[in-house]
Design a protein around this ligand. Structure first.
Ligand SMILES: [Zn+2]
Length: 177
């Protein structure tokens, strides 16, 4: 998830190339329309400000990144078309696979955030949806076998058996260190 920079910038913001006030940000879980910033720090070697936010309504914590002049991270779908990366979608996919397993909203959100950060650090403005599915699989495999297998079967349905098998073959060849 990312927030566009404010159009009005003070000297300090110009120095850092980033927008001023943190924009009001909807809670990704309950959609409460404002959340509190509990921590801010620079990220991606100063190219972004990472803000830790907390929803006063449901207590959910999540992270946003503010960057200047950045296009949205786009996701290329297997069957054609593109859409902006949607952290909430990744979170709900993880939660669906993790039903009844010891992976809560907070953990799923952290996974989705680490995936977004990993994808952004590649510098690519567009990533294939299979890359996101694979990133989720890699992480679930480390923390919960059942959720991993469930996600793998959902992922298969989403992206076509051929792609899935190819990705799993790649995954098997690259053991997680
Ligand atoms: Zn909330």
């Amino acid at each position: 998830m990312w927030v566009s920079a404010s159009p009005s910038r003070g000297a300090e913001q110009k120095l850092h190339g980033l927008g001023g006030y943190p924009a009001a940000m909807r809670c990704v879980i309950c959609r409460h329309d404002d959340t509190k910033v509990v921590d801010s720090r620079t990220a991606e070697e100063g190219a972004a400000i990472r803000r830790r936010r907390e929803c006063p309504e449901c207590g959910h914590r999540f992270t946003t990144y503010e960057r200047i002049d950045e296009v949205a991270l786009m996701v290329a779908k297997t069957k054609g078309g593109r859409e902006p990366f949607d952290q909430a979608k990744v979170v709900s996919g993880i939660l669906a696979a993790a039903k009844g397993r010891p992976i809560d909203v907070e953990a799923a959100t952290l996974l989705a955030e680490s995936i977004e950060e990993e994808l952004r650090l590649t510098g690519a403005s567009e990533v294939p949806s299979t890359r996101i599915g694979l990133a989720v699989l890699e992480r679930l495999r480390e923390i919960d076998d059942v959720a991993y297998l469930r996600f793998a079967s959902v992922y298969k349905n989403f992206d076509g058996a051929e792609d899935f098998q190819r990705e799993v073959a790649l995954l098997d060849k690259s053991p997680i260190s």
